[in-house]
Design a protein around this ligand. Structure first.
Ligand code: PMP
Length: 459
């Protein structure tokens, strides 16, 4: 085959400038709202991440339903971002909304349990409890970040060891210990952009490249690791799939060294109703699910095996329970639990996933055909109901390889180009997620836009 030239930077710069102009012309009302936002909010947005979207300002949402949203300028968009998985249910699914409405008028938070919690914990056990030591004991937080943070504390408590092992370029929420990376000499260092780290990362964290079993074995043999915190497949530096045998070895090594294995299924819930744990027959000591389980209402869950829960319980004194670094006043509140119960039993059901995964396959195939047609040396990876393309021919084996292939201006162009054709991709990488409300027409709208972008970049 012909060698493919890299994307021409002048072509890219001109195309990006065109899309920026088009965005501003299309979104005058969003521009006014953004200007009002800048008066009393840093960067004009309620949370700084929202300022990172490409374009002069973010689109402001007037209304979102199913897999669509309408911006303040009245333009309807296909939403393949879905709140970066917070709305994997589709926006405002009817069953969840009805449960929220019912509960909202009957008490929102009381720091007391309601009847919804136990059935939710039983349903999560049905989905994620596997093998001889199934995950059966659940607690609830408002965010996956907090659920991960709690499990790290539990793991340090029960093992008496100081460190957490994570995979290079992981993301598990704003958890201090996880913002570490390997510097060029292979030492643990704060990740670029780490804001106000409370402690040197080498004191709290061990970092290993994903799929690198010799490095993992060597790191665990030191004996200072309390927990491995991992996504079953990496999804936050593009998608990096585990190689054959990786999970079996990870389980074996952690067991052998008495290390708590925490699998963060916040994104990999897209693999099926019981996430990758059920689909790939994994046997972690603990599981985290978050974001979408309440249909967008803040809620997350952490599950433990009975054995881990018993060890945790043995170390906790009732008198000190509220100042131990676990919890949250609103955690497990009545509204969240009602939302989770309805979402799991009526929206993200076992049957919901098949069509979502088929749509992700359609999206992947659409992208692959375009790449083949124009000869762009990129790849596309599907993981259940999500898929992503990235700017290297070969899929990466680990996070550093994925990071090396990243190209911020190119990514900004592709996002803005799609947005200007009314398709929203997941920001900060090139990802699409399918919901029960997503249609083949939504997927094809992306394929058409992507074909146009690929043509622009290569001619
Ligand atoms: N775990 C994973 C795998 C995530 O991708 C994220 C967020 N992107 C989180 C945890 C944190 O979720 P939240 O920001 O809702 O706490």
């Amino acid at each position: 085959p012909e060698p493919v030239p890299p994307v021409n930077r002048d072509t890219l710069a001109a195309a990006l400038a065109d899309e920026r102009r088009r965005f501003v012309a299309d979104h005058p009302r969003c521009g006014e709202l953004a200007a009002a936002g800048r008066e009393h909010m840093p960067l004009g947005v309620p949370m700084s991440w929202m300022a990172k979207w490409p374009g002069a300002y973010p689109v402001h949402v007037a209304e979102a339903r199913g897999a669509r949203f309408v911006c303040a300028d009245g333009l309807e968009h296909t939403d393949l971002c879905l709140g970066d998985t917070g709305a994997m249910t589709g926006h405002s699914p009817a069953a969840t909304v009805a449960a929220i409405a019912r509960q909202a008028s009957r008490g929102i938070t009381a720091m007391l349990p309601t009847a919804d919690a136990a059935p939710v914990a039983a349903e999560l056990t049905r989905r994620f409890g596997r093998g001889p030591a199934p995950v059966t004991q659940w607690q609830f937080t408002l965010s996956a970040t907090d659920a991960n943070r709690h499990l790290i504390r539990y793991a340090r408590q029960v093992t008496g060891r100081p460190k957490v092992l994570v995979f290079d370029y992981c993301y598990h929420g704003s958890v201090d210990e996880t913002f570490a990376t390997l510097d060029p000499r292979g030492n643990v260092a704060a990740r670029r952009g780490n804001i106000g780290a409370p402690a040197p990362l080498r004191d709290t964290t061990v970092v290993v490249p994903f799929n690198d079993l010799p490095a993992l074995a060597a790191a665990l043999a030191v004996g200072d690791v309390a927990a491995v915190l991992a996504e079953p497949a990496m999804t936050n530096i593009g998608i990096v799939l585990p190689e054959e045998g990786f999970h079996a070895a990870l389980r074996d090594l952690t067991r052998r060294h008495g290390v708590v294995l925490i699998l963060d299924e916040t994104h990999t819930l897209c693999v099926g109703p019981g996430g990758a744990v059920r689909a790939w027959e994994l046997e972690p000591d603990a599981v985290v699910v978050g974001k979408t389980i309440g249909g967008g209402i803040p809620a997350a869950a952490l599950g433990m095996t009975a054995e881990l829960a018993a060890r945790v319980g043995a170390g906790i004194d009732l008198e000190d329970i509220d100042v131990g670094g676990i919890g949250g006043t609103l955690a497990g509140n009545a509204l969240s639990m009602a939302a989770v119960r309805a979402t799991l039993s009526e929206v993200l059901t076992d049957d919901a996933f098949g069509p979502m995964i088929a749509l992700a396959a359609r999206w992947t195939e659409g992208v692959r055909v375009v790449l083949d047609d124009v000869g762009l040396p990129w790849h596309v990876t599907q993981l259940g109901a999500r898929a992503e393309y990235a700017f290297s021919l070969a899929p990466p084996r680990h996070g550093a390889e994925a990071a090396a292939a990243d190209d911020f201006p190119l990514q900004q162009y592709l996002h803005l180009q799609a947005l200007n054709r009314r398709v929203l991709l997941t920001p900060f990488h090139n990802m699409a997620l399918m919901s029960p409300a997503t249609t083949a027409a939504d997927v094809d709208a992306h394929t058409v836009a992507f074909a146009e972008a690929a043509f622009t970049l290569t001619t």
